[in-house]
Design a protein around this ligand. Structure first.
Ligand code: DOR
Ligand code: ZN
Ligand code: ZN
Length: 353
């Protein structure tokens, strides 16, 4: 049997260009996307240097144009000193990213006055995505609400966070959110087994937190890989940088949950296609993903398209596999082989520039 899905959207990825292309670049990152059933990637701005101004955006979009094998969009980064200028990048980006907790990179906004300035200045019809955990999330939601602006919460991982989002929505606030497969399928016990490889932000949480995410799937708008590649060498160093590659495991993991009766295929399409397109205002795309839902296989983290070369799901039995992907009528992936060439992807915001 073959299951046909629309081309999926990876709303939260780290392509690592510029600056850290030994971890990933546009060519390898988008190859990983296609192998995982994604035909659009939205790239986070915690690059090196971080994407904070027009010149860096020009350079990054030029590199993406040369390297990407699927369609792409880029986020801009909020900093303490660019609240007056970054909004000019809105038409050419997919959103503003605000890092409100410490994570990989140096973009944490410590000053709450800065949070408000960015929430006020970024165009209200364009997404603001926040990395905000626990108490930080509790602090930023009322700020967005009092400005009556929408906000997209990245990678919810805990019960208290999903309760905050659920309650905000019940009050009519314009909050959307995403959850990663690693927070749905792993917990703190896996983190201690994995050692440095298990480092990720937000951290893997308790089984109760993980179960709360599953119980509240109705609140979750998007699944998001948070594909954050680091090499095995880096993950074995002290301190290990946080982040997991995720593009090549997300769909098989979720198809396994369909087989377990915990999810429907429709739940996947809603959260990996329909809602991402709506929240980020993405143009229609002619793309299809063919999946063999009954293929049983063992995932090999060292045999991926991503440069990371490892996975927290290495050795896992998967049920469901991507067999073929088409984009604009062309075969871009078939039976384990990426066929799209670098430079064939399009900027999702190109029509507006
Ligand atoms: O684990 C993470 N890795 N969390 C983040 O917020 C950033 C990411 C990265 O860029 O490596
Ligand atoms: Zn994050
Ligand atoms: Zn991330």
């Amino acid at each position: 049997m073959t299951l046909r899905l629309p081309g999926l959207v990876a709303v939260h990825t780290h392509m690592r260009a510029p600056g850290q292309t030994h971890k990933e670049d546009w060519s390898t990152g988008t190859a990983a996307a296609l192998a995982g059933g994604f035909t659009t990637v939205l790239a986070m701005p915690n690059t090196s240097p971080p994407l904070t101004d027009a010149r860096l955006l020009d350079d990054t979009l030029a590199a993406a144009g040369r390297g990407a094998r699927c369609d792409y969009g880029q986020y801009a980064a909020a900093t303490d000193d660019n609240a007056g200028t970054v909004a000019a990048l809105a038409p050419r980006t997919v959103g503003l990213k605000m890092y409100l907790n410490a994570t990989f990179g140096d973009l944490r906004l410590a000053d709450r006055g800065t949070w408000v300035r960015h929430l006020e200045s970024w165009p209200f019809d364009r997404p603001v995505a926040v990395h905000a955990e626990g108490a930080t999330l509790a602090a930023v939601l009322p700020m967005a609400a009092s400005l009556q602006r929408s906000i997209h919460v990245c990678h919810l991982s805990r019960e208290d966070e999903i309760v905050l989002v659920r309650d905000a929505r019940q009050r009519g606030e314009a909050v959307t959110c995403e959850v990663t497969p690693h927070h749905l399928f792993l917990d703190e016990a896996d983190a201690s087994q994995l050692g440095g490889l298990g480092e990720v932000r937000p951290r893997l949480a308790s089984p109760a937190d993980r179960d709360a995410l599953w119980r509240n799937l109705d609140v979750i708008d998007c699944f998001a890989t948070d594909h954050a590649p680091h090499t095995v060498g880096e993950k074995s160093s002290e301190p290990a940088p946080p982040g997991f590659p995720g593009l090549e495991t997300a769909l098989p993991l979720l198809l396994g949950a369909v087989d377990d009766g915990r999810l429907t295929v429709e739940d996947i399409v809603t959260r990996f296609h329909d809602n991402p397109r709506r929240i980020f205002g993405l143009p229609a795309q002619d793309a299809e993903v063919e999946v063999d839902p009954d293929a049983i296989w063992t995932f090999d983290g060292s045999a991926q398209e991503t440069r990371a070369g490892w996975s927290p799901f290495h050795g896992r039995r998967m049920r469901g596999r991507v067999s073929r992907v088409t984009l604009r009528g062309r075969e871009v992936f078939r039976d384990g082989e990426v066929l799209a060439v670098p430079g064939s992807g399009r900027d999702v915001r190109a029509r507006e520039t």
